[in-house]
Design a protein around this ligand. Structure first.
Ligand SMILES: CC(C)(COP(=O)(O)OP(=O)(O)OC[C@H]1O[C@@H](n2cnc3c(N)ncnc32)[C@H](O)[C@@H]1OP(=O)(O)O)[C@@H](O)C(=O)NCCC(=O)NCCS
Length: 163
């Protein structure tokens, strides 16, 4: 568990980053998911992930008042982190939440033994691409027509040398 604040990583807000351990928090994750993606994962998908101990992880960002304002889900596969989803409540965007989350995930992922991290991002998702660039992710390839609603290519990003 890590606490991000302006003093230790430059992210404003004093967000607390912690692993999801209570399945009741999955409803808050779903709300953020539905507000953020055109093809959101379902509750069944999240519950299945939650049961996949040791491989599938969820991290939450909470406000000082305890509200869940963002989440990141990832798999640790051998020495790789596969970031599946990262999203922040629209009302809390551009306030350092994703920066705090990603810092926590990459740091804890490295402690779990990961040496590199990868993810896919929509070609048009400039906001997320700027965020990942700041963390040292670079484009390694393109998956044609990877996304639906709308159909769009995915950029495949990798970051070597965690954290
Ligand atoms: C992408 C997303 C997770 C960013 O979350 P956030 O908490 O707003 O990000 P941060 O406040 O930590 O921003 C960090 C940096 O990312 C970049 N960034 C974030 N949002 C941006 C935007 N709308 N436009 C351009 N750059 C942006 C900036 O460089 C920003 O730093 P700055 O605010 O000092 O300029 C959020 O916009 C989101 O949930 N989008 C919908 C879901 C999504 O696309 N997830 C990623 C899937 S791969």
């Amino acid at each position: 568990m890590s606490t991000a604040n302006r003093a230790d990583n430059g992210a404003p807000g004093g967000w607390t980053i912690e692993a999801l351990t209570d399945r009741r928090d999955i409803d808050a994750v779903l709300s953020i998911e539905e507000a953020s993606f055109t093809s959101p994962w379902t509750k069944e998908m999240y519950l299945a992930e939650f049961e996949n101990h040791g491989i599938s992880f969820f991290y939450l960002a909470k406000s000082a008042g305890g509200e869940i304002v963002g989440f990141c889900s990832f798999w640790r596969v051998l020495d790789e982190l596969h970031i599946n989803n990262l999203a922040v409540m629209p009302a809390h965007r551009r306030a350092g939440v994703a920066t705090a989350l990603l810092s926590g995930v990459l740091g804890d992922g490295a402690r779990l033994g990961a040496k590199r991290a990868t993810l896919e991002v929509r070609h048009s998702n400039v906001a997320a691409q700027r965020l990942y660039e700041r963390f040292g992710f670079t484009v390694a390839g393109v998956r044609r027509k990877y996304y639906t609603k709308p159909v769009e290519d995915a950029l495949v990003l990798w970051k070597e040398g965690l954290p």
